[in-house]
Design a protein around this ligand. Structure first.
Ligand code: 13P
Ligand code: SF4
Length: 321
């Protein structure tokens, strides 16, 4: 409608005035992804977002995603101004992995290499030897396992179990989970598969093992998008945040994408395949982040944490390049 069009036009002009670029995740709402594309920003998975932010020439990054993505951008580019539509956009994995307890867990197993998912605070990253995202986790753990390393993994237990199963690595697991993916139901998925026998099942590995076991392809958001392009099927059942449908549909408009069912055992879903924190990145919030002052939107990371977190983040980026 006219109001939204005016809002978008205002944001476009503010981005130019402030020498700012929009970096959005595939789970944000379609109009945010479209805006990032129209304005020369990027829509990406968490690894690509980190790389794009680091390499961007603009002085200011608007990170439309969740807090750890803004912090990662700041850690990699301390000289840039990193803004977020809202600083309230967190992640259940980050919440479920407080530094004091995680650090005590690591201290209790000093002979283990600490590998943490990107979905963590700067403090947890600073305690780690490696940071990984879901698109590179398998390769990094394979590499560590081939060197005979024992691993502490945190915080996502489902992603950790999937990687341990694939690699055979010895992994001590922190018991965190993503509230969105944890809700996919294997039992309901089996019923859905029976209705669409020719559909391929695409699953993000933050989902429970029972759902991952039914997948035709497992991977990060960018890997699932690639699978939707390269696999011959014309129908896909997709177990990840529904924001991803924007890009899948854009790349292959002739294919059909169906949401995998959530809420097992008679329970109704809470997040219903859309992350409540990703959903906070609306147009109004983006405009507010480009206000006269950046108060309430700017990301700051304490210097000592930043230096500590940069080491395992750079390790990941160098490994993947
Ligand atoms: P990826 O985009 O790296 O697959 O991450 C998924 C996710 O949950 C980010 O919040
Ligand atoms: Fe965290 Fe899950 Fe939301 Fe991603 S989708 S930000 S893992 S709660």
């Amino acid at each position: 409608d006219a109001r939204r069009a005016a809002l978008k036009a205002e944001i476009k002009s503010l981005l130019k005035q402030r020498n700012a670029v929009l970096v959005a995740h595939y789970y944000t709402d379609p109009e945010i992804q479209a805006l990032a594309e129209e304005t020369g920003g990027c829509v990406a998975d968490s690894l690509e977002m980190a790389r794009f932010g680091r390499d961007a020439e603009e002085q200011t990054l608007i990170v439309a995603g969740v807090r750890f993505m803004g912090e990662t951008a700041k850690i990699l580019s301390p000289e840039k101004t990193v803004l977020m539509p809202t600083l309230e956009a967190t992640c259940s994995l980050d919440i479920g992995c407080p530094i004091e307890e995680f650090s005590a867990f690591c201290d209790a197993h000093p002979d283990h290499t600490v590998v943490v998912y990107a979905n963590t605070s700067a403090a947890v990253k600073a305690r780690a030897d490696w940071v990984v995202t879901s698109s590179i986790a398998l390769e990094i753990v394979e590499h560590l396992d081939s060197q005979g390393k024992k691993i502490i993994w945190g915080p996502d237990r489902h992603l950790g179990s999937y990687i341990a199963k694939q690699t055979g690595a010895e992994m001590l697991m922190w018991q965190g989970e993503c509230i969105v993916h944890d809700e996919f139901s294997a039992q309901k998925l089996a019923d859905m598969k029976a209705l669409y026998p020719n559909a391929a099942v695409l699953v993000h590995p933050e989902s429970p093992a029972s759902v991952v076991d039914m997948a035709d392809a497992v991977g990060s958001t960018s890997q699932l998008i690639k699978a939707s392009q390269t696999m011959d099927n014309d129908t896909f059942i997709v177990a990840t945040d529904k924001g991803i449908f924007y890009k899948m549909q854009q790349l292959t408009p002739n294919k059909t994408f169906i949401e995998a069912p959530t809420g097992g055992n008679g329970a109704t879903c809470k997040s219903c395949a859309h992350c409540p924190w990703m959903a906070m990145n609306g147009l109004e919030a983006i405009k507010a982040s480009l206000g006269v002052t950046y108060e309430g939107h700017e990301i700051f990371v304490d210097d000592s944490l930043r230096e500590g977190a940069l080491i395992p983040l750079d390790r990941m980026l160098n490994f993947s390049e």
